[in-house]
Design a protein around this ligand. Structure first.
Ligand code: GDP
Length: 445
């Protein structure tokens, strides 16, 4: 999967990494090529556009690291942005199959690979998680489809609900639930009927089944080879039925990959699994970072840049600690600390890690020092001149007014910040003398 896209991208980045310094133009040209590559892979236009925009913004603002080239850095940014595009906040992870018997509703168009995927997932749940699974086909119009599921069930050693002629899908769903409950099954999977295209009757039927089954998961199976059509299908099904995730099949083929890249951004629904062949084991969980690696195929460079960034952060920390040991602690240092705190989960998170500082963190918390304050404090420091940051002692009334106004805040907030800075500077001095700083550092690392 993704071969064409991979090839196109590696062409772009080969050229980029061969260059030393990158001009804005170089980046812009490369990004134009990335955009074309994405569109050719059938990624939807707004997704491709947002992707390139995000990468360009980050590439322009990225801190330059000595040990990697700008081109390598851009690759890492593209890699991270791919992961961003492929995943989303609150990704659900494993299938929700608590409270047995947990119903899983399988929906999708005919030929998408729904029945095959139902069996693949049943096999997976049985073998990997030791679950007892019951499968039922609800495709009353196509006896062959019911037979197909029964055959697959025998093949993988998973029970299927006996076929009873003349039942409606809703009746079958009810019977499946009953048998799953009586038989002590952990999961029962309902393989609904597919149609060649979305029609009202199909949707009404699936809706009725959904209402009686009350599924824990509703998985839409779509053919990854159909690109943006797969995304439209998902939008439709989600709008009418409500889905909890997507399974993209035929990702073993030479599909262009657009469906995978657009799905999350356009539908807001996560891809949960990818189908990679006709065999019953040919299914994988969808891991954005692994997919990003596959698309970009530049794992070495990504690892190199990660390492360099880590080293850079450690070096900066060490430089700062040396300053603190000497009792130096100006507004730039404070800003660095505040930003670090934001990254590490706020005041209490960071200070709680330093011996003797837990109490201070609690006091700060009581004084209303939440993360909103962290942001405002950084804004105040940003509003200071270089000289003022290096030596806050020069701040008299008129300067204070200017700084507070620049940050859109009151002078009283600035005074609080200055007081905190004095307290921290005092503490740094004391700790520096007593060798406490090393201990505090060790505790933080
Ligand atoms: P349904 O009509 O949606 O139930 O589709 P089926 O499960 O019957 O699948 C249709 C065809 O696609 C079958 O020949 C499957 O073997 C094949 N198929 C399903 N998933 C995949 C996949 O991930 N990769 C490949 N190459 N073929 C698949």
């Amino acid at each position: 999967m993704f071969e064409n896209l991979s090839e196109r991208l590696s062409g772009v980045f080969d050229r980029l990494t061969k260059q030393g310094a990158l001009s804005e133009d170089d980046v812009r040209t490369a990004m134009r090529e990335v955009r074309v590559a994405l569109l050719e892979a059938d990624v939807s236009l707004p997704v491709a556009r947002d992707f390139v925009k995000a990468v360009t913004a980050k590439a322009t603002g990225a801190a330059v690291t000595k040990s990697v080239t700008p081109g390598q850095q851009v690759i890492k940014i593209v890699h991270d942005e791919l992961i961003n595009t492929l995943s989303g906040e609150g990704d659900p992870g494993e299938l929700k199959i608590d409270n047995p018997p947990a119903p899983i509703l399988m929906v999708g168009l005919q030929g998408s690979g729904k029945t095959t995927t139902t069996a693949k997932l049943a096999k997976r749940l049985t073998e990997r998680e030791g679950k007892r699974v019951l499968m039922a086909s609800l495709d009353v119009n196509r006896p062959a489809a019911m037979e197909q599921l029964a055959i697959l069930g025998t093949q993988i050693g998973v029970q299927t609900l006996p076929i009873v002629k003349g039942e409606t899908p809703v009746q079958i769903a009810k019977r499946a639930k009953q048998q799953a409950t009586l038989g002590g099954f952990d999961v029962y999977m309902l393989d609904t009927a597919g149609r060649l295209s979305i029609d009202e009757q199909l949707m009404a039927e699936v809706e009725a089944v959904r209402d009686v089954a009350n599924p824990r998961e509703t998985l839409l199976v779509v053919d990854g080879l159909t690109g943006q059509d797969a995304v439209h299908t998902a939008e439709n099904f989600d709008g009418q039925i409500g889905i909890t995730g997507v399974v993209l099949t035929r990702m073993d083929g030479d599909g262009r990959g657009g469906a995978a890249l657009s799905m999350r951004a356009i539908t807001g629904k996560p891809i949960r699994f990818v189908g990679l062949g006709e065999k019953m084991d040919a299914i994988e969980t969808f891991e954005p970072s692994r997919i990003a690696d596959r698309i970009l195929g530049m794992g070495d460079i990504v690892a190199l840049v990660e390492k360099a960034q880590e080293t850079m952060e450690i070096e900066a920390q060490e430089r700062m600690m040396k300053r603190f040991q000497k009792g130096l602690f100006n507004m730039n240092d404070l800003k660095g600390q505040l930003e670090q705190m934001q990254k590490m989960g706020g005041m209490e998170g960071v200070m709680g890690m330093m011996p003797g500082m837990g109490k201070m963190a609690k006091q700060m918390d009581k004084a209303g020092m939440d993360d909103g304050i962290l942001k405002r404090q950084v804004a105040l420091i940003n509003s200071m001149t270089k000289k003022e940051r290096a030596n806050p002692a020069v701040l008299q009334a008129s300067r204070k007014k200017r700084i507070a106004a620049g940050a859109g805040l009151e002078v009283s907030e600035l005074n609080k910040l200055l007081k905190m800075h004095r307290q921290m500077a005092d503490m740094m001095k004391k700790m520096g003398k007593g060798g406490m700083m090393k201990k505090a550092m060790a505790a933080m690392m």
